[in-house]
Design a protein around this ligand. Structure first.
Ligand SMILES: NC(=O)c1ccc[n+]([C@@H]2O[C@H](COP(=O)([O-])OP(=O)(O)OC[C@H]3O[C@@H](n4cnc5c(N)ncnc54)[C@H](OP(=O)(O)O)[C@@H]3O)[C@@H](O)[C@H]2O)c1
Length: 249
């Protein structure tokens, strides 16, 4: 596998392309069977990433839930759950968020260089804070650091839309798992699955639809976005990989 981690983007949207509502509480898009599928995909990766807004709004734990999957990871010499990754410009992350307080694995926070020291002090030994760039972090540099410095060879990006937009726009994703939930949100202020941008896949350069699956009342669309597509499939060369080498400071 090359040094830049394999990237799987994963999210669930409404029929009209929203990730959530604009209401104070998160809108559940998916169903139990699909959440179990997402858990299975999580268990295949070295690290899971969400944007800082998702950490603040959803307070996700980002752990592998199923005991059998955790046991399989342990038997393979991996931690029970993947490392966790987030990115922030503002540095507004609470050390007692579930992102930082649950699970045993490393939590890696990327931020602009001039915020690094202050944020590391704020988060203490709950995270490794890596400073990259001036105003915002380039996702290509983040991936290069994850691969070269943090020992991460596969990254699952679970949103939100701001982060997904950057991976897609910079052509950094190997596959996209897009779940469509059977309802509309219809609120202009709600977050969309992607923002405006120049994307590599256009009407004249179409993405490859690799698979579709009905899962109860939702549908999964799986797109192949690079020639590395499928490298994480069980049985592929990348499936029997070594543990992530990141250690907490
Ligand atoms: N349906 C789904 O599958 C799903 C999945 C995940 C999330 N969501 C929903 O999506 C919504 C959040 O999405 P969102 O698009 O608003 O936010 P997001 O992508 O979760 O996070 C955006 C934030 O990440 C930080 N960030 C992003 N790119 C950066 C860069 N290049 N450099 C530095 N920092 C960067 C910034 O944090 P700072 O503001 O700290 O600077 C930015 O405000 C929530 O409502 C959540 O519930 C839905």
């Amino acid at each position: 596998m090359s040094e830049r981690p394999y990237v799987t983007l994963s999210c669930a949207m409404s029929i009209d392309g929203y990730l959530d509502s604009a209401e104070p509480h998160r809108l559940a898009m998916s169903n139990a069977a699909d959440l179990d599928r997402v858990d299975d995909v999580r268990a295949l990766h070295d690290a899971i990433m969400v944007g800082a807004s998702t950490v603040r709004r959803d307070n996700p734990r980002l752990l592998v839930r199923d005991a059998a999957r955790r046991a399989r990871r342990l038997a393979a010499g991996l931690r029970e759950s993947p490392a966790k990754v987030t990115v922030t410009s503002s540095g507004e992350l609470e050390p007692d968020a579930a992102f930082f307080t649950t699970g045993e694995g490393p939590r890696i926070v990327y931020c602009p260089q001039d915020r690094q020291a202050q944020l590391q002090e704020r988060l203490g030994d709950r995270a490794i804070v890596v400073g990259l760039g001036d105003d915002c972090v380039a996702m290509a540099e983040l991936l290069d650091d994850l691969g070269a410095q943090q020992g991460v060879r596969s990254l699952m990006v679970e949103g939100g839309g701001t982060v997904l937009t950057q991976f897609l726009g910079a052509d950094l994703a190997d596959e996209l798992h897009l779940v469509v939930a059977p309802f509309f949100v219809g609120e202009a202020r709600a977050p969309r699955v992607v923002g405006p941008g120049a994307f590599p896949w256009t009407a004249s350069r179409r993405a490859r639809l690799a698979d579709t699956r009905r899962i109860g009342d939702v549908v999964l669309l799986r797109y192949a976005l690079s020639d590395r597509f499928g490298m994480l499939e069980p049985g592929s060369a990348a499936a029997g990989r070594e543990p992530v080498s990141v250690e907490l400071p």
